[in-house]
Design a protein around this ligand. Structure first.
Ligand SMILES: [Zn+2]
Ligand SMILES: [Zn+2]
Length: 169
């Protein structure tokens, strides 16, 4: 029998492969949290303003064990689970542009960490190239922490509507 896990009221379940930026955006908007700035949250964990960098996929220097433990304790999540939202060793990140498989997003609305890997060319499950900008107005995507409404920040086209403009790869 698995043990029943007690979660704090501000617990937010991470999605499979969700990026740290998207996760912490959701966490900060959670009704029991409501912290608009990433700096405030990491300060509460006693680790300085690092979360703002992580939300922009800036992992240089890479999050330390101590930082991960402090933030994990604050939000009620295992360190391992947070580490899964970070790139594995040796995987180079693309900080910009933020990329999107709109077909994936239409199925489950969150930003996948692997979309920002330099080694990722397209989406393997949909065989589509990733979008690097809104196909309708050419605006670049906001960092995933700000994807509250799942739409282009300029023309407000829903991300899921962009799948038809993705090219096969
Ligand atoms: Zn996809
Ligand atoms: Zn747009």
């Amino acid at each position: 029998m698995p043990e029943a896990v007690q979660h704090p009221p501000w617990y937010v379940e991470p999605n499979e492969g969700e990026s740290i930026s998207h996760y912490f955006g959701r966490f900060r908007r959670h009704e029991a949290v409501c912290v608009s700035s990433p700096g405030t949250l990491s300060k509460a964990a006693g680790i300085g303003p690092v979360l703002a960098r992580w939300e922009k996929f800036r992992f240089n220097p890479f999050p330390s064990e101590k930082e991960l433990e402090a933030i994990a304790k604050l939000i009620g999540l295992d360190v391992d689970r947070i580490a899964q939202m970070l790139p594995p060793k040796g995987e180079k990140m693309k900080m910009e542009p933020i990329r999107l498989c709109a077909a994936c997003y239409g199925e489950k609305s969150y930003h996948r960490l692997e979309w920002q890997f330099q080694s990722t060319v397209g989406c393997n499950s949909h065989k589509l190239r990733l979008l690097s900008e809104c196909p309708f107005c050419k605006e670049r995507f906001a960092i995933p922490a700000l994807w509250e409404n799942g739409e282009c920040k300029k023309c407000h086209a829903p991300f899921r509507s962009m799948a038809k403009r993705q090219k096969p790869y």
